[in-house]
Ligand binder design. Structure first.
Ligand SMILES: C[S@@+](CC[C@H](N)C(=O)[O-])C[C@H]1O[C@@H](n2cnc3c(N)ncnc32)[C@H](O)[C@@H]1O
Length: 194
């Protein structure tokens, strides 16, 4: 399925409109704190890649070749891999940090993808995640359910109605309550394998 997530100029244009109104700050908070061997899952066009500091040795992956080409131009020094979260081509405990920004709304099998993230994380490693999630108010969640098919088609995979925090917990992680930021449907948190 192809949608705006797979059309780099369109995705970057939409993000450039949203980032000055708060999303840019969420991105900075997502990346701040990434240390050691770091994997960014679902890097897309690489909008986060220039934000990493020198304490993180970053590599990134995405299943879509078109967006990875744009990420390469944006961050030529970062090693990039074409792969999916559900089948990470890395040994267990390979990374101190895994970063995921606006990705698990689009991963076809989020539970499997998160189990894979847990597998490749080192024992004391952490998942840093930014995501938009299912609304806590049932009426608004119902609206998300109604718009989901059209939205998934338009975006090329995004589901606005996923309860991703619950999926993270079911996949074996504990969300650090002190790290958690919630605003509307946006969430940012650090999670560790139990
Ligand atoms: C909304 S974009 C987010 C891109 C980037 N992380 C950002 O913050 O701008 C979602 C990304 O998830 C990627 N994606 C979709 N399915 C995936 C999967 N199974 N594994 C990893 N990434 C996936 C898409 O190709 C797309 O680049």
């Amino acid at each position: 399925m192809r949608g705006c997530e797979q059309i780099p100029w369109l995705y970057d244009g939409l993000m450039a409109l949203m980032e000055p109104f708060g999303l840019g700050r969420w991105r900075q908070n997502l990346i701040r704190g990434a240390t050691g061997r770091t994997l960014e899952v679902g890097c897309g066009t690489g909008r986060n890649l220039p934000l990493y500091g020198s304490r993180a040795q970053v590599m990134a992956l995405d299943p879509d070749l078109g967006v990875v080409r744009t990420a390469r131009r944006r961050a030529p020094a970062v090693p990039l891999v074409i792969a999916s979260a559900e089948a990470l081509p890395f040994r267990r405990e390979s990374f101190e940090t895994v970063v995921s920004g606006l990705v698990f709304c689009s991963v076809p099998n989020p539970h499997r993808g998160l189990r894979e993230v847990g597998r490749v994380l080192a024992v004391d490693g952490c998942l840093r995640m930014m995501e938009h999630v299912r609304h806590h108010r049932p009426r608004l969640a119902q609206i998300q359910d109604r718009v989901q098919p059209g939205w998934t088609w338009f975006t090329g995979g995004c589901h606005p109605n996923r309860d991703t925090e619950a999926t993270v917990t079911k996949a074996g992680f504990t969300i650090d309550p002190h790290s958690r930021r919630a605003r509307g449907v946006m969430r940012l948190f650090v999670a560790r394998v139990r």
